[in-house]
Ligand binder design. Structure first.
Ligand SMILES: Cc1cc2nc3c(=O)[nH]c(=O)nc-3n(C[C@H](O)[C@H](O)[C@H](O)COP(=O)(O)O)c2cc1C
Length: 156
């Protein structure tokens, strides 16, 4: 059985988050789970109501701001009402640079507002500095191990 409603969402300025999102999507699909991958810019916020799992990979720009294309999504999320997203499972991977005062602020806010909306955190958020590979591997493996509970049985 394939569960519906898995989506990797990314918010990016220069493409890093998109590359990671596509890698995660591929790994999830290899487990036999259908999974979409979209820029948050292309996703109507109301779509979240129909999803069971979202995995958000998002960077921070300016002075703790979302990437340009992620403005609308982050604004919609910041005004979501308490309990609106109960039943949604999520995980956040926040990209940033600790040289900036508001380190990974956008990812932290996404995590905060999803929690406020009643969504269930499936894997602890990772705030990732400029070395990305190892933190991403650790976050992804943790997340995939949780998802294995949902994977269909494949008979040899
Ligand atoms: C002009 C500029 C502003 C940035 N502002 C922040 C910031 O406020 N906080 C932070 O944690 N990282 C900041 N970053 C770092 C980016 O979030 C980081 O490079 C990230 O990996 C970019 O991912 P992306 O290619 O998916 O957008 C900034 C980078 C640049 C070049």
């Amino acid at each position: 059985m394939n569960r519906k409603g898995y989506m990797v969402l990314y918010g990016t300025q220069t493409g890093t988050a998109e590359d990671l999102a596509m890698e995660l999507q591929e790994d999830i699909q290899e487990m036999g789970i259908e999974c979409e991958c979209e820029n948050v810019f292309d996703v109507d916020f109301s779509r979240l109501d129909s999803l069971e799992h979202i995995f958000v990979i998002i960077s921070t720009w300016g002075d703790g701001d979302p990437p340009d294309d992620a403005d609308g999504f982050c604004e919609a999320l910041s005004s979501v009402s308490a309990g609106r997203l109960t039943g949604l499972n999520y995980a956040v991977f926040a990209l940033g640079d600790s040289g900036y005062e508001l380190f990974c602020e956008c990812g932290k806010n996404v995590d905060k507002f999803l929690g406020f909306a009643g969504a269930h955190s499936l894997a602890e958020r990772v705030d990732c500095d400029i070395d990305i590979d190892e933190p991403f591997r650790v976050w992804k493996e943790n997340l995939l191990s949780k998802l294995r509970n949902y994977a269909p049985i494949v008979w040899a």
